[in-house]
Design a protein around this ligand. Sequence first.
Ligand code: C2E
Ligand code: CA
Ligand code: CA
Ligand code: CA
Length: 279
Amino acid sequence: QAKQRGNGFAFYRAEMNRHALKILELENDLRHALERRELLLHYQPKVELARGRIIGCEALLRWQHPQRGLVSPADFIPLAEETGLIVPIGAWALLEACNQAMQWQQQGLPAIGMAVNLSSRQFRSGDLPTAVAAALRHSALPASRLELELTESMVMDDPAGAVQTMQQLKGCGLQLSLDDFGTGYSSLNYLRHFPVDCLKIDASFIRDVDRDPSAAAVVTSIIDIAQNLGLTTIAEGVETHAQLTFLRRCQCDALQGYLYSRPLPAADFAQLLARPPAL
Ligand code: C2E
Ligand code: CA
Ligand code: CA
Ligand code: CA
């Protein structure tokens, strides 16, 4: 019995070491990913419900690893966040996304908005407003077409400090949205003071919206609050027509999700933008 447990532990430890080694390897690779040009962005359209137009897109980070293939952000963003690598990676993503929006415009495509995700580390780094101003200047993208997506948890750690940073960012003339809305511990009292423009209703509520009355109640309440505060709403992770029908009924402003399009490489997104399918 004891021996067996011993072996089990040795096995467990070997597994742990392999796991730790793998993370160490990944971290080392991530350090070089930027300079080796292995990072890229995919773009997912944001579609207005009323007229079915593409009003913007969200830039989503991808890592084309030479051995592992396409690594999902869920597997490397936490690592980038821990190591601080997210700061240079985030700055790169910001500039790349702004440049891409301008490139599409120069190709004669509609001048749509470009949304970029921020990490909490970036948000707290102090020089975010400088990095944002630099990306706007270098790309010549009008600030009004840039949207930054923050999460509730990022801002609720230090609401007063966050409001200051948000005001500074708003001062550049850009748009701010609260991502994954409804999943964090946001307080409605703070929401009132946040200079945000849009609430992104989290996909977990949208998933069950047409079969679970409580999910439906959350979604209609978020839309109601947003309307009363003068904010727009976008539903994330919309996959079915039943969800779309529900969202139309409660006057959600826009949607994002596989129902319309998955996140696409830049060239494919340009084709979509040139000939947008009907919603
Ligand atoms: P997020 O910001 O909430 O992004 C939405 C995620 O939902 C994306 O996953 C997107 O591909 C996925 N999605 C969109 N529509 C659907 C749908 O209809 N069904 C389902 N099942 N999924 C859908 P992705 O691209 O894997 O990104 C995961 C997360 O990684 C993002 O969640 C965001 O938190 C983070 N992330 C991605 N790019 C960046 C970045 O440039 N910077 C930072 N800091 N974080 C990023
Ligand atoms: Ca997002
Ligand atoms: Ca989200
Ligand atoms: Ca999310």
